[in-house]
Write a protein that binds this ligand. Structure first.
Ligand code: MG
Length: 194
C-alpha cells in the first residue's frame, strides 16, 4: 500500500476532465440539450438547467472521469499522428469494426443501471445533437472516442432524471415544483463518488 502518497487527488482528476472536454469543444449545455430532448416528453416542467445539473452530477463520478481522460487522450494522440501502427490507422479513421470506443462509453454507463444502458444504445444509433457533429468527420479532427463518451454522459444524465421523476411523482411533485436550491448542483468534494 502506498498510503495515498502517490495517488492523484480527486480535484486534479476532476479539473483535467473538465479541461479536456472544453479543449475538445464540448460544453455541458451541448450534452444537456440531448438529455432535454430525450426526457422532455416524459417530464412536464423539465428545463435545460435541470439537465445541466444532471450532467454536472454525472461528471463528478470518478468512473466517468477516467473514461473521459482515456478516450480523449487517445483521440488527441491520433489527431497528432502519435499512436503506433496499426492503432494509428484504426483510431484515426474511426474504423467501423474497432468497437473499443463504444465499450469504454458503455462501461461508464453501467453504474446508472439498465435505463442508462438502453439509452446509450439509442444514442449510439441515432446520434442526437452534438454526437452527430462529432461522428461526422471534418478536417483533421479525430473524435473516435469522444462521440461515444458524450453519448455515455447524456445516457447517465437521462437515467438520473428518469429515476428522479419517479421519486418526485411519489412525493406528488414534478420538476416544475423544484426549488432553485434543489436545482443547484451539489457542492461536495469533486470525484468523491464511484
Ligand atoms: Mg466512436
Amino acid at each position: 500500500m502506498d498510503g495515498g502518497h502517490f495517488r492523484v487527488h480527486s480535484e486534479e482528476v476532476n479539473k483535467a476532465t473538465h479541461d479536456a472536454l472544453e479543449r475538445r469543444g464540448v460544453t455541458k449545455e451541448d450534452i444537456a440539450k440531448i438529455v432535454l430532448e430525450m426526457q422532455l416528453p416524459f417530464n412536464e416542467g423539465l428545463t435545460l438547467a435541470h439537465c445541466v445539473e444532471s450532467v454536472e452530477s454525472v461528471l463528478r463520478k470518478r468512473e466517468m472521469q477516467h473514461a473521459l481522460l482515456v478516450g480523449i487522450e487517445l483521440d488527441e494522440l491520433a489527431e497528432q499522428g502519435k499512436l503506433s501502427q496499426p492503432l494509428q490507422q484504426i483510431v484515426g479513421s474511426d474504423e467501423g469494426l474497432f468497437g473499443v470506443d463504444e465499450m469504454i462509453g458503455l462501461g461508464a454507463v453501467l453504474t446508472y443501471g439498465s435505463i442508462a444502458v438502453t439509452t446509450f444504445g439509442h444514442l449510439d444509433k441515432n446520434k442526437t445533437g452534438i454526437i452527430h457533429k462529432l461522428d461526422t468527420k471534418y478536417g483533421e479532427h479525430v473524435h473516435t472516442f469522444l462521440d461515444d463518451l458524450v453519448a455515455s454522459i447524456a445516457a447517465c444524465a437521462s437515467a438520473r432524471i428518469a429515476h428522479r421523476t419517479r421519486d418526485l411523482e411519489e412525493e406528488g411533485r414534478s420538476f416544475e415544483d423544484l426549488t432553485p436550491e434543489e436545482t443547484t448542483p451539489e457542492t461536495h468534494v469533486p470525484g468523491a463518488e464511484i
